[in-house]
Design a protein around this ligand. Structure first.
Ligand code: PLP
Length: 455
């Protein structure tokens, strides 16, 4: 049994397959619908936007999909990622619980996002695509895709929400370093951007506007396609490399988690670490709890409704069956930028509906407090998104202490916080305010949805 601080895997132990949970789900997600006709859409509708191989993965029910050698070769730059036993945190909490964490912050972009950016760039390259467009809010996805495109010699265009473009200049320079072109959205390069600018020349931009711009650019040119960093089935599947490695690492430690915890934005890092473990539950072999942790200011899983809704604000995407706060919901500007999305992916939503996974919502001061505790004990400064998982882990560990029972907890430390020091500074100087969305705000936002609640 491996009692080390750090549980190693060798390069040869990098998993060869991604896991597709669709194969094992008792109820499959409902199909996406056309936003106009409200009829199910076929794969052909996605062809102007995505390469064929990714469309196939999006609808596949094969249990495993082989990871191409070219992708595994790039993964080797940072994979296998380390797993740590949080001995110092356990000691500080004086808990009988065993806490493990998988650290995805060692990737070039500093988060889990390159796990999908690399295969997405690869399949585009294989199908002759010359350029990929995308949007980015806080900049984590834009930097992951810039890196991946550089690895395969594809051009990358990133529409970065204006407030982040101005507020997070180092994320932008990171993207430029990997050869990407970064635009402050709204731009006058697109119809969508020009329309917004004509109404408000000083628009701060939004993720919804940036998505519309990136999609429009991809539709304008046959050799340009579009990429998304979360929510979609193929994105979640690429992230399962995290959980597959974690299983091997915990085997070395002679352990198996009672509970797996991850922060939740659109669902990709949560799916990545939890789905391979959920396989044991769906196959009837082990029981396990998987907890998705969202911010109290954007609580779609715990306080939203299960409905068909748009993926963006403008209405360029299909209707997806999801837990949602409504596509016009504008989350408060909390610091976990990656968690400020109105909806959840279709697979994760169905699993929550079927009580196969759990969700929790936590306010930002408790999260930052947990992040600070973690940095002071384990040393690594977590991304504000990741602090949501840590806050839940601390709750679980304290509960174990009260009950006098041991339990094994695994969480996803999905990124480092090196570009988020301004938010830590605000927290430490007491300037960060607590925020929780009101019931009135949720009701008002949902009133704008014209789709019925699902089953
Ligand atoms: C993007 C991001 C998230 C949220 O997205 P998911 O798809 O839910 O994983 C969380 N943490 C970090 C560090 C991110 O970059």
């Amino acid at each position: 049994m491996d009692m080390s601080k750090k549980i190693h895997l060798t390069e040869a132990e990098i998993p060869t397959h991604w896991y597709n949970i669709m194969a094992d789900m008792p109820n499959k997600p409902l199909p996406p619908l056309h936003p106009g006709t409200k009829e199910p859409i076929g794969p052909e509708m996605l062809m102007p936007l995505f390469p064929m191989e990714l469309i196939k993965q999006e609808v596949s029910s094969d249990k495993y999909v082989e990871i191409p050698d070219e992708v595994r070769d790039i993964y080797k730059i940072w994979r296998p990622t380390p797993m740590f036993r949080a001995y110092q945190l356990e000691k500080a909490l004086d808990t009988p619980a065993k806490i493990y964490y998988k650290y995805e912050g060692v990737s070039p972009a500093g988060s889990h996002k390159p796990n999908t950016a690399v295969p997405q760039a690869y399949y585009n390259k294989m199908e002759g695509v010359k350029r990929i467009t995308t949007e980015t809010g806080a900049g984590q996805w834009g930097s992951a895709l810039s890196f991946a495109c550089q690895m395969f010699g594809i051009e990358c265009e990133v529409f970065m929400v204006k407030v982040s473009y101005e507020g997070k200049p180092y994320r932008k320079i990171m993207m430029n370093t990997w050869g990407a072109q970064v635009f402050s959205s709204p731009t006058n390069l697109t119809e969508a951007g020009r329309k917004i600018l004509s109404q408000d020349p000083n628009s701060p931009g939004s993720l919804g506007i940036a998505i519309s711009e990136a999609v429009e650019r991809a539709l304008m040119d046959d050799s340009t396609k579009y990429a998304l960093g979360s929510v979609l089935n193929h994105v979640l599947m690429h992230q399962t490399i995290i959980g597959e490695e974690s299983i091997k690492q915990l085997e070395k430690a002679g352990d198996f988690p009672d509970v797996v915890v991850a922060p939740f934005g659109g669902g990709s890092n949560f799916a990545g670490i939890s789905f391979p473990f959920l396989r044991y539950k769906l196959e009837g072999k082990r029981d396990i709890r998987c907890v998705a942790v969202e911010p109290a200011s954007c609580p779609k899983l715990t306080r939203g409704v299960f409905r068909y809704d748009l993926g963006d604000t403008v209405g360029m995407t299909p209707l997806i069956p999801m837990y949602t706060l409504g596509h016009n919901f504008v989350p408060a500007p909390i610091h976990a930028g990656g968690l400020r999305y109105h909806g959840a992916g279709a697979i994760v939503s169905q699993l929550l509906k079927d009580n196969i996974i759990e969700a929790a919502a936590i306010k930002q001061l408790e999260c930052f407090e947990a992040g600070l505790t973690f940095a002071k004990t384990e040393g690594i400064i977590p991304a504000p998104e990741a602090t949501h998982a840590i806050a839940q882990v601390i709750r679980e560990a304290q509960q174990a202490k009260e009950e006098g029972k041991s339990k094994t907890i695994l969480f996803n430390l999905c990124g480092h916080g090196h570009f988020d020091m301004a938010s830590y500074e605000q927290f430490m100087s007491g300037k960060l305010v607590e925020h929780e969305v009101t019931q009135e705000e949720i009701i008002a936002s949902l009133a704008e949805l014209d789709t019925p609640e699902i089953g």
